[in-house]
Write a protein that binds this ligand. Sequence first.
Ligand code: HEM
Length: 355
Amino acid sequence: MNWRVLSFGYRSHNLQIYNYYNYQSSIKKSMTDKEREILELIEGKYQGMGQNPEVHLEGLLWSKPITYWDYIQTDALLNLQVQRTTLPDEMIFIMYHQINELLFKMIRWEIEQVAKHPELTVEFFASRLGRISRYFDMLAQSFTIMGDGMEIEQYMKFRNTLTPASGFQSAQYRIIEFCSTELINLIDYRFRATIDRDTPYEHAFNHLYWQAAGKDHETGTTSTLLQNFEKKYKDEFLRVMEEYNTTNLWSTYKKLPKEQREDLDLINAMRHYDHTVNVLWVMAHYDAAGKYLNSGEQAVEATGGSDWQRYMHPRYQRRIFFPDLWTAEELENWGVDNLEGHKVLTEELDNVGNV
Ligand code: HEM
């Protein structure tokens, strides 16, 4: 070992550090207050993580400047549209479904922030509910892209390649339901009396309203549509059901202080969301389905195989996220006289909002 070299090396290292800090402090001196403040914050951030701030600062030197296409991932996004047929209108069908899935993701993003907020305020709750509603309004209002936007002849051809799949198998749609309300409000009406908070999740799952699209509760047989769906998502659904059991939008609303729960604007915003999801969107979808499936001399079977005219209509389905925010009369006429709109409350009603 050459001690002279080593000690020289050691001294030169110290000199380098000394120079570096001198250099750094002279740079810091020539910086504006704002620049110095940012640099110190960056140093603090990385030191707090046990990381060397210099390495990260140097990384900035080599990082690629961002472009629109890298950031938005346009190439990846625009390569996800793959037709199964040669019919051009199939492209509309695929892309509109994908747009729906993206908006579903935006809705889940907002609900999650409400559910996980460490110190939720009514302002935050109301503002996120507003965002969620705007996204669903967009979905309900744009459904004519399906209803009016494809040639019936083309749809009737390419749909043959889609059996036994259906939009019914959109997992995000189901997750939004679990995140929006308490499980009891998603249970098939016929079984509600037999299910309560102590019912195991699996039992509740087997009696969700949407099982009616493909399950014969008497014989226990299920359609391929349902079998495939459950095989892929049942575990995730059970996990989400549990996760949102007490943090869904309705449970969260119920935890707000009484005077905030009774705020008319908030009640109207909740009713708006409920009505848009469970009546307006459902009817826009139902009308579009009818246009195609009832277009011939004889109605054709849905690709998913459900008794869709009955299954999908809000009058029968009666899916309502926030039942306590509707009057007894409104509940009774759900899916009958609220197909086009609902009453915006201008005064407190006795039996609404007393949760
Ligand atoms: C022409 C277009 C469409 C037709 C004809 C149609 C038809 C149907 C039918 C018949 C069902 C009942 C299940 C079955 O037996 O298949 C259904 C369910 C469903 N579809 Fe569509 N659909 C269309 C577009 C869409 C779009 C764009 C979405 C958006 C993701 C979608 C999402 C759903 C969902 C979530 C369900 C389940 C609804 C529920 O359980 O209440 N559908 N669809």
